[in-house]
Design a protein around this ligand. Structure first.
Ligand code: DQA
Length: 145
């Protein structure tokens, strides 16, 4: 039986087609979704993958994960660096929550060096492009075992 995982993507990730491919890679968003979906199946998960540019929608999804005890993999995108509201919502999730990034924010501009989410995540994976999500699935599997 597969385990449900909520994969949440924040602002501008739906437009990977026009973002800087030297930073974010060559996959567009639908390709990223397929990449995650198929790896999720391989690792025994059913991934419910969502993207929003709207902070309140992401907060609602985190409340849903808290209420239903579903683990979360989240790329909060730019919200990573300043959304205390998303941090507070992430803290309500008692199942494992893993923060992911396509790029390595620590190797980029200084404002990206702060994550207000990391402190309430089980761990953070960044810098491996779409494979950051796959590594997060593997880490999640180990956490749930
Ligand atoms: C990102 C890194 C963030 O700094 C940036 O704002 C994003 C994407 C990443 O996946 O590398 O939008 O979260």
């Amino acid at each position: 039986m597969s385990v449900k995982v909520l994969v949440l993507n924040g602002p501008n990730l739906g437009r990977l087609d026009i973002r800087d491919s030297s930073i974010y890679g060559d996959m567009n968003y639908p390709e990223l979704v397929s990449h995650i979906e198929s790896a999720a199946k391989t690792h025994g998960f059913e991934a419910d993958i969502r993207q929003s540019n709207d902070e309140s929608e992401i907060i609602g999804w985190l409340h849903e994960a808290a209420d239903t005890n579903v683990p979360v993999i989240i790329n909060p995108a730019a919200f990573t660096h300043y959304s205390y509201a998303i941090r507070d919502a992430a803290e309500l999730v008692k199942s494992p929550l893993i923060e992911v990034h396509l790029s390595n924010p620590l190797a980029r501009e200084e404002f990206r060096h702060t994550s207000v989410i990391s402190g309430v995540a089980n761990g953070t994976i960044g810098g491996f492009g779409p494979n950051s999500y796959i590594l997060a699935l593997i880490a999640l599997k180990a956490l749930l075992a």
